[in-house]
Design a protein around this ligand. Structure first.
Ligand code: NAP
Length: 535
């Protein structure tokens, strides 16, 4: 956020320290301000200038790695569980930081904070099932030649480097722990780099875990402030898991050192996610109502700042007006303002720069779409509309699905969505696929045959599909919610990554080796290895 001399500074504002090389250290300058988006108050600063990041990575690799890999999967799972238990005891503190630094309502903070605790607990539980093993195995030994004694087996050996986790601003807690849970369970030390603008929550949580002495030395580090030369010191055996915009992700993928050293990279980037209303779902039908409720929830939850949020609302042309009216009516009931006021159900976006970017996005999209809902005058509760980073929920609409590419290409990271009418089934699927590769799409229909058809048609361009017939209309957790047991990621512009997915997520942190040996040698190896597919 661009701050000026007028920005007030909180009495308890502090410089965030990084935990690197087993000690807390601050950059040589005060650095970038972290603000309360409701009024611009500076809450903290963060800088990585002058920090020795090469030494930090070496420490993680040489101290944290061996310490972690001396433990079995089950022992590491226990540590992951202890982190979850500790974080759960201080939930209210995390909610408060999320309110102040991210403008989160309680419900928004719960997605981030409770989501991270739930994910850690989940990996503690399924990781325990891997028992005393130190390796993974994929399948069972197989005979490779006429000699029955010559056999083969795919074995996963944990990487011997450091896992660098670079996270986006919108999930400072969940982004940290959903990655760290898998990496720690795999035996790979973590160096986490939260987005600077909301690093406070991540830093406080890491501080609590380090202070509690749960993890061995070097297992968990955090870098607050810009990445500086971090990537220049990576080497074979390290892994980078990145979440953020497609542009930054592409820069990381193309980074010379990463390419030269063959460092593993997983990219979770942005996405033009769609929700599709089936042709059968007439106004007043359960599918119609579930669809409208979900679009509104996705537009307003975390003020639309979820990578999985619904951006494109695909509806049968004959029902476009009814859908638009129903969404607009529901949006008119959303109370926007300072989340310190309990009546507020949508807070600001993360800072003024983000507000500017959202407004600019709406302006650009308005060249091809019309505004269908925008509350005016707009007066956020208990806040100043000029000084706070508030954006009203905004619905746009296209008159038809023809041409007009911008809605399929421009991610507006805020409470904004566009209604796109489609002609028929084939048109609906073609329009959904124009997102260029997305994290998630949801399809609402009472016709399970149509849902199955949509699953096949959208499968190649999506990482996750939520197929909602009325039987699960109330029981699914939501279009935008990522579950630890299922894979998260999407093809194309969404980055092509895969995270989580239960124990399958461990493979990113293991080298899969095709072992060829005698039956006796392979049995000895297999005895040390756990099969994650048997979870
Ligand atoms: P961003 O600007 O791309 O930043 C993401 C992270 O990358 C931050 O920690 C940032 O650090 C760091 N970074 C910036 N430049 C870098 C470089 N040259 N080398 C290494 N790291 C670098 O994204 P954002 O604004 O924080 O997040 C919003 C975007 O993330 C949206 O587009 C959203 O769709 C996407 N997102 C995707 C997912 C997913 O799972 N697919 C989840 C959440 C968000 P600084 O903050 O210090 O600059």
């Amino acid at each position: 956020m661009a701050t000026t001399v007028e920005n007030p500074i909180a009495a308890d504002a502090k410089v965030l320290q990084s935990y690197l090389g087993g000690k807390w250290q601050a950059g040589v300058e005060r650095g970038a301000p972290l603000v309360n988006p409701c009024d611009g108050t500076v809450l903290a600063w963060a800088s990585s200038k002058g920090l020795d990041l090469k030494a930090a990575l070496d420490y993680s690799r040489n101290v944290g790695g061996p310490e972690l890999r001396n433990l079995t999967y089950a022992q590491r799972a226990e540590l992951v569980g202890k982190i979850a238990d500790l974080l759960a005891t201080r939930r209210d503190e995390w909610y408060e930081v999320a309110r102040k630094n991210s403008g989160n309502t309680k419900a928004d903070a719960a997605i981030d904070v409770d989501g991270s605790i739930g994910t850690l607990k989940y990996f503690a539980k399924i990781g325990a099932k891997l028992g005393d093993a130190h390796l993974l195995r994929d399948g069972s030994p197989m005979r490779l030649a006429r000699d029955q004694n010559f056999q083969g087996l795919h074995v996963g050996v944990p990487l011997d480097g450091v896992a660098v986790h670079i996270n986006a601003f919108n999930f400072p807690a969940w982004g940290l722990w959903e990655k760290a849970a898998v990496s720690l369970l795999a035996g790979i030390p973590v160096l986490s780099k939260p987005a600077t603008s909301t690093a406070w929550l991540a830093q406080e949580m890491v501080h609590a875990v380090i202070a509690a002495g749960i993890l061995p030395p070097g297992a968990l580090s955090i870098l607050c402030g810009s990445p500086n030369d971090l990537l220049d010191h990576l080497r074979l055996g390290d892994a980078v898991a990145f979440t953020g915009s497609a542009d930054t992700g592409e820069g990381i993928r193309q980074h010379a050192r990463i390419r030269q050293q063959g460092v593993r990279v997983n990219i979770e980037a942005d996405s033009l996610n769609a929700a599709l209303l089936g042709p059968d779902a007439v106004p007043g039908s359960p599918s119609f109502d579930f669809f409208v409720r979900e679009v509104v929830r996705e537009m307003t939850s975390k003020t639309g700042q979820k990578c999985t949020a619904i951006r494109r609302v695909l509806v049968p042309a004959e029902h476009a007006a009814a859908v638009t009216d129903a969404i607009a009516a529901a949006l008119s009931k959303i109370v926007v303002g300072d989340p310190a006021n309990a009546s507020v159900n949508m807070g600001p976006v993360v800072n003024m720069a983000q507000r500017k970017s959202v407004k600019e996005g709406i302006r650009k999209l308005s060249a091809q779409a019309t505004i269908a809902y925008l509350p005016e005058p707009f007066a956020p509760v208990d806040a100043d509309a000029v000084k706070g980073a508030f954006v009203p929920p905004t619905l746009l609409k296209l008159s038809d699905s023809v041409d007009r590419a911008m809605v399929h290409e421009l991610e507006i990271f805020g409470p904004v969505a566009t209604v796109v009418p489609y002609r028929d089934k084939a048109d609906a699927f073609a329009v959904a696929r124009r997102g260029g590769g997305s994290l998630a799409a949801s399809v609402f229909s009472g016709d399970t045959g149509f849902l199955a058809e949509a699953a096949v048609a959208l499968g190649t361009t999506h990482g996750r599909l939520l197929l909602v017939d009325p039987a699960i209309g109330d029981s699914h957790p939501g279009h935008g919610i990522v579950l630890p047991s299922l894979m998260h990621g999407g093809p194309g512009r969404a980055g092509g990554g895969e995270e989580l997915g239960g124990l399958h997520g461990l493979w990113f942190y293991h080298q899969r080796v095709a072992m060829q040996a005698s039956a006796t040698t392979l049995s000895a190896l297999a005895a040390q290895a756990a099969d994650p597919s048997a979870e």
